[in-house]
Design a protein around this ligand. Structure first.
Ligand code: PGA
Length: 249
């Protein structure tokens, strides 16, 4: 499987910039890597159109806990799939920290996304304080244990787990590939306990937090790391192309 490169554009780009960036990427991203762009909800429809037939896939940055209901302001997972999204990020640390998203809510989002055939990208990871207090593994156990508790995968369905330590996000200080490999083994074993061998074989384990063109190959050189989730370094066409070029060298 080619490495997965997920671009999280957060709320950083204006609508016109996002559509323009997506167009440029659609024209220039070669096959051989799997590139997923995750723009704001407001441009998903336009970007789905702009990247049609290209090597670039579409993802959303979040979804609702249910598919239909009285949930003012939320976005239904099946509407995202209908718009052309293949992926959806759930449980990003910015939402956990700034919007108090709980493990229980994230677990429901994960199941709602799987239910409509989206590939969720479940983010887990500890904060700086939790890390300093030696609580990393306990945090991962709690986050993953809760998210995977009632997960049932149908057919050949799979999903991604992104280890994204909050302290590495946007800080310019990534975790080391060696540390990420150790954590990924831990994450895999938690997932194995919850989902068994068949379930764990369907999960792609990726890393996010200050990844850029200079360090991406060191992460992807590790067999435990199947891809990356990139924020800052993915938010212009030139920067994302540089990342893809580094992977293909
Ligand atoms: P970063 O963000 O690459 O800017 O650290 C990653 C993320 O938030 O997913």
């Amino acid at each position: 499987m080619p490495p997965l490169i997920v671009a999280n554009w957060k709320m950083e780009l204006s609508d016109t910039d996002a559509i323009d960036t997506a167009r440029r990427l659609a024209e220039t991203i070669p096959s051989g890597v799997e590139v997923v762009i995750c723009p704001s909800f407001t441009v998903l429809a336009s970007i789905a159109e702009a990247i049609r037939g290209s090597a670039v896939a579409l993802g959303a940055q979040d979804c609702a806990v249910e598919d239909r209901g009285a949930l003012t302001g939320e976005v239904s997972p099946s509407d995202l799939a209908h718009l052309g999204c293949r992926y959806v990020i759930v449980g990003h640390s910015e939402r956990r920290q700034q919007l108090n998203e709980s493990n229980a809510v994230i677990a429901r989002k994960l199941r709602a996304a799987l239910h409509v055939g989206l590939q969720p990208i479940l983010c887990v990871g500890e904060t700086m304080d939790e890390r300093a207090a030696g609580k990393r593994d306990a945090v991962l156990e709690r986050q993953l244990g809760s998210a995977l508790e009632k997960v049932e995968l149908s057919g050949s369905q799979g999903f991604c787990v992104a280890y994204e330590p909050a302290w590495a996000i946007g800080s310019g200080e990534p975790a080391t590939p060696a540390d990420v490999a150790v954590v990924q083994e831990r994450i895999q074993s938690i997932a194995q306990q919850r989902l068994g061998d068949d379930g764990v074989a369907r999960i792609r384990f990726i890393y996010g937090g200050s990844v850029g063109p200079d360090n991406i190959t060191a992460f992807l050189a590790r067999p435990e790391i199947a891809g990356v989730l990139v924020g800052t370094a993915s938010q212009t066409a030139a920067r994302l192309r540089a990342i893809v070029a580094a992977v293909r060298c």
